[in-house]
Design a protein around this ligand. Structure first.
Ligand code: ACM
Ligand code: ZN
Length: 774
């Protein structure tokens, strides 16, 4: 194949090319994928020691752009082009082109004489520079010449707000690490850094008016081990940024066209501030900088005028440090338990005539009052407020922008109210979730399961919005909460390569998104991570095992994939795969239990082993009809999830468990033929903190026609007690052997959460998996 065939549409195939001329030729198969790439077979541009970078302007921004480009070229090839003004000779010319419509758009044209990068703005030129940088072959600074194929690239971002968040409260990172994080964002064309600077576990920014915030609030005595194990490490933990450091970092980010959106999380998540200034809390304290994870009940007292003055004074210094139009005021997870008891908060509720109505309590309206106060103050300083989706509760402050994190519903509601929205749903964009189900081989994470492919699949424009409402979806962001990331290296591991998937969600046009193309480009892009010394997750290089049921033939089908070119070899008996194991050549059909172990082999090197056990019983791969609906977030393959041979394991959100809320499991399994049965079993997953309770009643019945059923066994279960451990519970019901075609399994959920739980009186979730018929 010749490069001239590589138009934009064919670019995805470029990975099939040999890494041309020993890697001395540029290739535009980059991340995020540009809108239009047209490679031609005209003579290429030759980058050499004679190449100069030429500027049509004297502006500081463009000079800095030129210097960055010179450094990038030097890092990749060893050639450092001089920076000049002339436009003759072999030159890379950087210009502003006001005819480019998108403010961050650019064009890159290469021919034998020149490379011209024209941006709508200096930022647009910067993104053109990033594209050229990523297109260069990585020859470890050892090329004397690099060939850059003749090309026309026209590109612009899909979304104007392309964010990534980092929590430095739970774990602090140095100013140098923050700069490295900013470099990581720039590499992915991300233009907003949401900096979560304060929380219960530490206040991390110097505020001149309140010196105790850092003198006391930045230090915790010790840190809990693991998931609030009750054991502590005994090691004092501290850290904060001085205002000088903050100013330097703001400038460092701005030089890379990244705006820092600072967050002061209020009125909840304030225990570190209360440790420093206890009279701003409802009880007066004393408080400690929190040593464990979770949501603290200790929040700012909303009835205290001092609190309002505190908010204003802190926000004033924040606006002096951060030029961002948006200032983030948090608003998430603020328990109202103390406000309900506090005389000052109740007096404020009375004075303001706040009433419980329209599904919002008086205390929620009090929170809205606090956020509105902050928002009005920011407005008086010429800034806009952004907050987590809880700021919808009790009424949105005028003009506030909503960050939708508890799924997309907050974002949808805000857009319908004509408020701007940044989508950051936890189910797609929380990079503190596990990247792999093989948790034993992962660093401890908060939970969940968010593989690269799920991040990539995210589409931020909800279908339920009209075109007018959809204009309020201004962008997309991923969040990195750091409870379980004690080091910057681990934060990098959780961020990469998921940031690459995010960058295509934020930048690339949906029609150009293609996961296979993406992973092929990513295998090249990770060489850039290697060269920059970034720590990244390498699951991409392992084998992904996909499991499907064929209900017609009662078979389980196994598909295996891996990135780029590699051999996949596997075993079915649980032994380690070697170079001599069976080569995967297409779908594997299973009709009995198997312990699949698979690995990819590249250049004689084996990837990590992927394991997947498949467990067969008489119901496996049989069709299942659900007579009551699942919760929409926990539906997965529907009834088939219960007979797919995959046992639900730790973690309810892995796709293995079906979730019900307000409804019960009522599953009819068609065994496809008359079958002797004498026992049926079912697993439930209990996670009380997530409102997931055990079943209250389990019942089995059989039927010859799938319509009229005869009960054969049942078991009722007591209400869950506070002491009952979170766990997976198995219920097996046995009965005298009978011959049947259909089996019905009913598991009644807890419809009325007991008194001892925060959700008392409400329906609980029920999570069930794999039904086994013997
Ligand atoms: C959040 O994750 N509490 C916004
Ligand atoms: Zn109070």
């Amino acid at each position: 194949m010749n490069k001239k065939l590589l138009t934009g549409a064919l670019a995805a195939m470029a990975f099939l090319l040999p890494s041309t001329a020993a890697g001395q030729t540029a290739d535009f198969n980059i991340i995020p994928r540009p809108q239009q790439v047209k490679v031609s077979n005209d003579a290429p541009f030759t980058l050499s020691a004679k190449t100069v970078i030429s500027l049509g302007t004297n502006s500081q921004d463009m000079k800095r752009n030129a210097n960055m480009l010179a450094s990038y070229i030097e890092q990749a090839t060893g050639i450092r082009p001089a920076i000049g003004k002339g436009k003759s000779g072999a030159a890379i010319i950087l210009t502003i082109d006001k005819t480019i419509a998108n403010a961050e758009g650019y064009k890159l044209d290469a021919d034998a004489k020149q490379i011209r990068i024209a941006g709508a703005s200096a930022a647009g030129v910067f993104y053109g520079i990033q594209t050229l940088r990523k297109s260069l072959p990585l020859v470890n600074g050892k090329a004397s010449k690099v060939s850059i194929p003749a090309v026309h690239i026209a590109d612009a971002p899909r979304f104007a707000y392309r964010g990534t968040h980092l929590d430095v409260s739970r774990h602090f990172v140095t100013a140098d690490s923050v700069r490295q994080f900013i470099d990581m964002l720039a590499l992915h064309n991300i233009n907003r850094f949401h900096w979560h600077l304060t929380d219960d576990q530490g206040w991390r920014i110097e505020i001149k008016k309140y010196p105790l915030l850092t003198q006391i609030g930045s230090k915790r005595a010790q840190t809990v081990i693991g998931h609030n194990s009750g054991k502590y490490d005994g090691k004092p933990y501290s850290g904060f940024y001085t205002q000088k450091q903050i100013r330097d970092i703001v400038k460092y980010a701005a030089d890379r066209y990244i705006t820092i959106v600072p967050e002061i999380d209020l009125p909840g998540h304030m225990q570190a501030a209360l440790a420093a200034y206890p009279d701003m809390g409802c009880t007066g304290g004393p408080y400690e900088v929190w040593q464990k994870w979770g949501v603290s009940d200790n929040v700012l007292c909303a009835g205290n005028d001092k609190t309002l003055t505190f908010i204003d004074n802190v926000l004033k210094e924040i606006t002096q440090l951060f030029p961002s139009k948006y200032i983030h005021v948090g608003g998430d997870e603020c328990p109202k338990t103390q406000w309900q008891k506090c005389p000052k908060c109740q007096a404020r509720i009375k004075a303001l005539n706040l009433e419980a109505k329209d599904g919002h309590s008086a205390e929620e309206r009090l929170q809205s009052y606090i956020i509105t106060h902050a928002s009005n103050y920011l407005k008086s300083l010429g800034r806009n407020t952004i907050g987590w989706d809880e700021i919808l509760e009790g009424g949105l402050a005028e003009g506030a922008t909503v960050m939708s994190w508890r799924g997309e519903s907050g974002g949808i509601a805000a857009a319908k109210q004509h408020h701007d929205v940044v989508m950051t749903p936890n189910s797609y964009l929380y990079f503190d979730y596990y990247q792999s189900l093989d948790k034993a081989n992962e660093p401890l994470a908060i939970g969940g399961y968010l593989p690269l492919e799920t991040v990539y699949s995210y589409e931020p424009m909800p279908k339920e919005l009209t075109a007018d409402e959809a204009r309020h979806i201004i962008g997309v962001q991923a969040n990195i909460w750091t409870e379980y990331m004690p080091t910057f290296k681990q934060m990098q591991y959780m961020a990469l390569p998921r940031l690459a998937a995010l960058s295509e969600v934020q930048w690339s046009q949906p029609a150009l998104k293609d996961y296979t193309s993406f992973t092929n480009r990513l295998t090249e892009f990770t060489h850039m991570y290697d060269r920059l010394g970034y720590n990244y997750a390498k699951h991409l290089y392992n084998v992904a095992i996909h499991v499907d049921s064929d209900n017609k033939w009662r078979e389980i089908l196994i598909h295996m994939t891996t990135a780029g070119k590699a051999e996949i070899r596997y075993t079915l008996d649980g032994t380690e795969p070697t170079v001599n194991s069976t080569l995967y050549t297409g779908a594997i059909v299973l009709q009995k239990s198997a312990k699949i172990r698979a690995a990819a082999f590249r250049d004689g090197k084996r990837s990590s082993v992927t394991s997947q056990d498949i467990s067969f019983n008489k119901a496996t791969a049989c069709p299942v009809e659900l007579l009551q609906p699942t919760h929409k977030n926990y539906t997965y393959k529907g009834g088939a999830t219960l007979t797919d041979g995959l046992l639900g394991d730790k973690g309810f959100g892995t796709g293995r468990w079906l979730g019900f809320s307000g409804n019960d499991l009522e599953a009819v399994i068609d065994l496809k033929q008359n079958t002797d049965v004498s026992s049926v079993s079912l697993n439930t997953c209990v996670d009380k903190g997530s409102w997931i309770f055990d079943a209250r009643n389990i019942e089995m019945s059989v039927s010859a026609d799938g319509k009229s059923f005869t009960k054969v066994a049942s078991k009722s279960l007591p209400a869950l007690e506070e002491q009952t451990p979170d766990n997976i519970y198995t219920y097996e019901l046995t009965f005298p052997q009978t011959t049947t075609r259909y089996v019905k399994v009913t598991a009644t959920s807890e419809h009325n959460i007991p008194e001892w739980h925060g959700g008392k009186g409400k329906p609980a979730f029920l999570f069930v998996d794999e039904i086994s018929v013997k």
